[in-house]
Design a protein around this ligand. Structure first.
Ligand code: SF4
Ligand code: SF4
Length: 203
């Protein structure tokens, strides 16, 4: 008599439904047909715990902790390969990055400590403060988020790159550029924070 495997995982669509309704691009996730084009096209696939195709199946399976705790959502570099190739027009990149925001908001272990999260925080700090992203400030904020001595070592290790950028006029040496109307920027950011707060949590 052939052995019939018994299911050990109870599928739970509540997390998937939350993602469909609350995550940027999530409304198209239900259209994913698991073809794997996204994972096969992703240059960062080898660095991810799971490719996007598998991650989307895990969302349907209700594996919220594994999804929000995975490095997949942090290792997307926004190359858009998956977005332009998906036969169902699922905005894979938007979904991954929106899930990363949820992981930070919900305090998933390590979510704030990844390189990408630290860099995103430094990038956002510069954008919110000056209305511009200044390469020197963003990199300094990123490096020194690891502490003084590690930040110094990281800075020195990349000094040659910085010099090359200055030489190629890709990095300026004067005061940081600022946007003209910082007051309006503050109002826009406050409004964005209100909208984000309305999204609620993923529990
Ligand atoms: S390419 Fe699109 S349809 Fe195919 S697995 Fe990825 S998200 Fe799903
Ligand atoms: S946008 Fe992100 S997930 Fe999509 S192929 Fe590029 S790195 Fe991979």
């Amino acid at each position: 008599m052939s052995h019939v495997p018994t299911p050990t995982q109870t599928y739970d669509l509540s997390f998937a439904r939350w993602v469909y309704g609350h995550v940027d691009g999530g409304d198209r996730l239900a259209l994913c047909m698991q073809c794997g084009t996204c994972s096969g096209s992703c240059p960062l696939g080898p660095q991810m715990d799971f490719g996007p195709r598998k991650l989307f199946m895990m969302i349907r399976a209700g594996l919220k902790d594994q999804v929000l705790g995975s490095n997949t959502i942090w290792n997307c570099v926004s190359c858009y390969n998956c977005v332009v190739r998906c036969p169902r027009q699922v905005p894979v990149k938007h979904i991954l990055q929106s899930l990363a925001t949820v992981a930070v908001r919900e305090g998933y272990p390590g979510a704030r400590e990844t390189d990408n999260a630290r860099f995103a925080k430094a990038f956002w700090w510069s954008a919110a403060k000056y209305g511009r992203t200044d390469e020197r400030l963003v990199t300094a904020k990123f490096y020194f988020s690891y502490g003084l001595s590690k930040g110094y070592r990281k800075s020195m290790a990349n000094l040659a790159i910085a010099k090359g950028m200055v030489k190629a006029r890709r990095m300026h040496l004067g005061l940081p550029h600022k946007c003209k109307n910082a007051g309006e920027l503050k109002l826009i950011l406050a409004r964005a924070a209100e909208i984000e707060a309305r999204h609620g949590d993923a529990s």
